[in-house]
Design a protein around this ligand. Sequence first.
Ligand code: NAD
Length: 474
Amino acid sequence: MSNNKTQSFLASVNQNFDKAAGFTDIPKGILEQIKVCNAVYEIKFPVRIGDQIEVINAFRAQHSHHRLPTKGGIRYNEHVDKEEVEALAALMTYKCAIVDVPFGGAKGGVKINPRIYTEEQLERITRRYTTELIRKNFIGPGIDVPAPDYGTGPREMAWIYDTYLTFKVGDIDAAGCVTGKPINQNGIRGRNEATGRGVFYGLRELCDTEDAMKKVGLSKGLQGKKVVIQGLGNVGSFTGNIMQDEGDIRIIGVSEYEGAIYSENGINFSELLKYRSQNNGSIIGFPGSQTLPSREAALELDCDILIPAALENQITIANAAQIKAKIIGEAANGPVSAEAEEILLKKGALIVPDMYLNAGGVTVSYFEWLKNLSHMRFGRMEKRFDSNTYSNFVGLIEKLTSKSIGEREREFLTRGADEIDLVRSGLEETMVTSFQQIWETYQKNSKIDGLRSAAFVAALEKISNDYANLGIFP
Ligand code: NAD
């Protein structure tokens, strides 16, 4: 899927890799091993659609086996091809390293337009694809663990889990074969929102960094920032809702498949999502908004933060010069081509790279996998114990001060953490710590011209350390 005629997504990822590798002293052979895709499985399988038989083309790429299992989403899109899946799998390797998730990178793709199939047909395609992965040992809790991506969600993950279970009767860890499952199917609270919530934490950290805001001439803090969002799927919708509710931003533009809208006064994002679901899936005509001439026009609006949350190659050499945003938060994978990045960096923009900013999904997928292997909900053991301990503290304070604490404060102070609290806290800690690592790398070396190279350098150093410790077999 590319508007950019001159550079493919994979070429872009590799160009970014090469540029960042130049800032390290990692030996050439190790760099080469980190860069290449370790294994790709391409499958063609038949599925009965109505009274026809359709041959479906699908892929699973395992980019790096330096840590196992490998991990990465499964994409359903008619433009999927081998190169795209390889590029996405490579990003997963770097992403996992940046947020210290102990997996290698992988990605799956099924070359279909999911909008034209019924639910039953999609289930058949998903189950057959999973069966093919099982046959070649390309899925399993210790081998390769898929998750949702563009065009897939918890429903598809439940079908994958059930198919795996059908073939692996008695595998006690079977639930860990896929993440992003519905909560009642061994999923975890907070996975659905995780990528969007991570985007919020990442951008909040950037905007709270004084030097970063000075660089782009903006005031410190997320509050009041003018934001444009492209894509209202899983990532875009949670990003918008959480940023508006918890970050107090002003969303002035939104772009979706059907077109784009604009309002200088700000768009009530949750109302817009409601409007779209009641308006035949269209944002056009949202009260108080103006329709833009094209969906691409939203990307060129004068805003503080532009958040592409749809697909790769949305900002290319064709439109980079017209982009006015001072910060580009890559919620999608690969939305800015490497060539376009050079133009944007020269204009002084800060690009918060995909391999960091959308890593909330894989971080909470890691928590889900851990939950599946431990066979227990987070918080179950300690919630009551913590709550009783806090109650005793409150009682003691009341006794010592001879003052009583109000009911609401008492409830707040004595609450033990639920699973969702722990997941959000773990995600926030991950995004904050990783941002600091990237920012430090960026500050340390004046030759590093952007946050993407800084993130790459941080990732490459961690992965090369792994190789140095593992040695090369035989
Ligand atoms: P999704 O299928 O839920 O939603 C994507 C949305 O983008 C759809 O509503 C689609 O109509 C819209 N869209 C497509 N082309 C568009 C265009 N040209 N202009 C405007 N809107 C357009 O997908 P998602 O899961 O939200 O994934 C979006 C991006 O985020 C992808 O790049 C994906 O790889 C990345 N990502 C997803 C996750 C995750 O947890 N789902 C995690 C990390 C990264």
